[in-house]
Structures are given as C-alpha cells and as structure tokens.
Write a protein that binds this ligand. Sequence first.
Ligand code: SF4
Ligand code: SF4
Length: 542
Amino acid sequence: MLKICLNAVAPVHNGIVKGLKGLLVTPFFRPLETITKPENESDVFKLFLDFFSKPRIRGGVHAEQNKAQTATQNIVYQFPLPKKLYIPLQQHVGKPAEPLIRVGDNVLKGQLLAYSQGLISAPVHAPSSGVILDVNDYPAPHPSALPIRMIVLETDGKDEWLETHPVDDPFQLTPEDISLRVGAAGIVGLGGATFPTAVKLNMGRENQIDTLIINGAECEPYLSCDDRLMQERAEQIIDGVRLMLHGMVTESAVVAIEDNKPQAYLAMQAAAQPYPLIKVLQIPTRYPMGWDRQLIRYVTGKEVPVGCRSSEIGVTIHNVGTAHAVHKALRYGQPLVSRVITVSGGAVAKPMNVEVPLGTLISELFDFCQVNMEQTARVIMGGPMMGDALPHAGLPTVKATSGVLALTQDELKNTDEQPCIRCASCISVCPAGLRPLDMANNIRINQLDVAVDLGLKDCISCGCCSYICPSNIPLVQYFKYASGEVVARQQAQHKSEQTKRLIDDRNARMERIARQQREEELIRIAAKAERERLKAQQETLV
Ligand code: SF4
Ligand code: SF4
C-alpha cells in the first residue's frame, strides 16, 4: 500500500530532496529520525541508498504521550504496607508455581512461598513478613476476573527480610550459576511479557547471542516507570546489563531509549560510559517501538522470521526493569518481591510512580494516589494501547503490572462506530504488516480461517489500527475475540480428535478381543471335535 510521505524525506539533503518531494513511498521506508545528517556531499548518495534500502520502522502511530504527569517526579518508596497481599501463583509465562507453605505458617520477606514447576516457570516469594491466611482461588487481574490460585498473606507490619546471601563478586560466578540465581529469584520480563529471565539467559547462551538489547523504549502512553528507573537507578541497571552479558557469555549490549526521555538517556549514557561495549541509543518516539521485533529491526537491521525466536538470529531483548531486578538479585540476594508501577489517568489526583509489594490490591494503590472512582470510566492494567481493562479495582498487582490507569470518559476513544471509508490508514500503521480491514471483514462473517490466512496469528494486539481508524471501528477487539475463538476452536478440535482416537482405539481393542474370542472358540471346537474323533476311534477299536 502506498502512502504520500513528504516530510519524511525533506531535510535529508536539499539537493536531493527537491526531486523527491511528492514521491510516493511506502510507510516501511526508513524514517528520517534514524538518519544522521551527512558530513559531506560524497556521503549523500550512500545515505540516499541507505534510506531506501533499510526499512527500520514499520507502521506505528504518534500517540498522545500523557507521561508528563508522572515522568517529572521521583519514584515514591514510602507506600504504606498493605494489611493483606494477594499473591497469584501464576505471574509468568509457563506453569504456575506450586505452593510449599501451609495456612498458618509465619513467613519472612523474600521467603520462598511456591516453587517453579517444569522448564518454563518461576518461583514466588513473600513480598513482606507475616502469616499465611489462605491458599485458594481469587479473581485474577484480568478482564475476565476469573478465579486463579493465590496465596493470601496477612502482613505483620515489620517487613522483616529473610537472611539474604549476596555474592561478593557475581562476576566470579559461572554463567550457569548466574542463570540459576536469577531463576531462583523469580525474575521474569518486567516489560509485560513475564517470560522467565533465567530461561532467556540460557537460550542466549545456547544460541551464542551476539547482541543484547535492553528495552528502554516504554512506548505506551501514560507509563513512565522505566523512564524514572533509568533516571534514578542508571548505574544499577547498567550493572544488571553487565551481569546479564556475563550470564549469556555475550560481549555487547545496546540500551534503546525513546527520544522523549532525554534525562533517562543522559543518565544511562553516563552510567554506561566506562563500558565501551554497552551502547546507549536514542530511538524515535513512535508507538510500538518497544515491540521486540520492531526494536530488533531498528537497532540491528535484522528481521525476526515468522515463527522464530529472536535468539535464533543472534539477538535477545530484556527490559530495563528486569536488568535492575537482576542487579538486586545478584548483588543483594533479593528475590523479586516488589516493582515500580505508574499510577496515572484523568481520575487520579496524585499521579505518580510508586514501588509497591507484589500482591497489593489496585484499590489500595488508588486510595494512596487519591483516585476519584466516580470519575473513573475505566480501570486499565498496563498502558492504554495494549493494557487490559479490568472489571474493578479489587484485583492484585503482579510482576507484569507496569502501570494502573484510572481513565475518565473524556480520555476514552469515541466508540461511536461508523462504516469503513476504506482510507487504508489501518494498513499503513500496522507494525506487523497486516491488513486489518480485510481481517476484520472476514471475522465479521465468521470466516476465521481466512482471517488466519491473512495473518491473524501475527497480530500483536497493539491497537494502532483501532487508534487511527477515523470510523472508530474497534478493529483490535475483533482480533482479540477472533484469536481467542481460534484457540478455543483448535482446543475443541484437538479434544474431538482425541475423543475420536479414544473411540477408535476402543473399537479396535473390542474387535481384537472379539477376534481372539472367536479364534479361541474355533480352537475349542476343533479340540472338541478331535477329542470326539479320538473317542470314536477308540470305541471302534474296542
Ligand atoms: S482505518 Fe478504519 S475506515 Fe480506514 S480502512 Fe481501516 S477500517 Fe476502514
Ligand atoms: S492490532 Fe494487530 S492488526 Fe492492528 S495494527 Fe496492531 S498488529 Fe496490526
């Protein structure tokens, strides 16, 4: 699909640009921000080729930022300890953790509450000291609020740590030991993916990664917890990055930060100064720059093939918050029991970034930040683009909770849906290179197979298409629904195939038994006939 893109080329070089004005270019071409101005005329031709040959950003939108409310204030560390913490056993990708405590047990902060199961899983630790009140099903921090297993901890107010065992020099540990300690600390991707970090470190080592990308893009509007963490904890994050490099036996890292965070960029650059193999790179502010494939494409120029992991092309990505958690685990022996969360939105009187123990109820966070619930039209966990709308605020924060928003009606997109005007804006902004309009049309008439053929499974639910649509068509909602439906149908089909196989197996078994019985009967009849023949023969002889 072609789109007129005049401004994207204008300032590259006046001599060339005059001839290019009005040229039709695809939105996949490398944007202006990624190009440095040429030093001399001889560089211009190279630059021209570079511009048209290396697509670095695909699609995306310039969403309203709304970060200033929280990005300019220090992180608040004085959150009052909640009376009760609701700690889900599943706060990560993979199998839920298995509890090893009992109701009535006294626990200390950082004590192991539930151990990881299987290869992809993560343990869960006590976010504070207190007594275990319950291990039972409670509503999940999810749009469905369906019940999941949680440990309820009544805090004792002392917030007393279990004795920790930090290592004097973690760089003396073997890379395998680094992974083991990161895994034991329950660290998962804090950018929202929640993939166990130790598993990623192991994959990085096994695939001989050459580039570690640290994701400091934080492209979601409203969120600024990573921004503040980079400004206030830059040295600790760089230390975490170095430990990750050691754990993956990799030499170089790139910290990618959107250019709307100049203070964070400067702080990280200063912290990385002594380590020439750690580069800090400013990247354009455009949602979703933080999507791993977009970031890899921009930073390395490499494309992750569909169905492959980034480690297969020599790259792995971790979030800045994860690097900070790795630093705390290896330098102080502290497991992941708290995180910094952005609380923002039009209904919040005191928007802020605040560190809270995992398992804190959103309602308590809202009380602390003085949220007006009457003005709150929607509660969102995460950012407004990819976050989950929650049914109420009585749900706990988890390792994936980067932000909690209380949005007013004015902040929500107009939902007055109009017919499609075929403007193709949804196609030009899709970072995955899909055709949202065609996919939605097929989903509407229940042609899910066609939608899958059009790339439904590659949709990352970024919401760019819905955001840009002038007809307010909730495209991303169609894709979320259809993806769920496809999975449900696949599961149903798998189940019916399994049932059919069981029935076929049973029929085959019954047939085999019947055949055996028939054969045994025939043998019996033959034996009887033989016996009678012999008997008759003997009688004749007598
Ligand atoms: S952006 Fe909306 S109106 Fe435009 S083509 Fe896509 S669905 Fe239709
Ligand atoms: S939600 Fe899916 S289809 Fe829409 S822009 Fe994002 S990746 Fe493309």
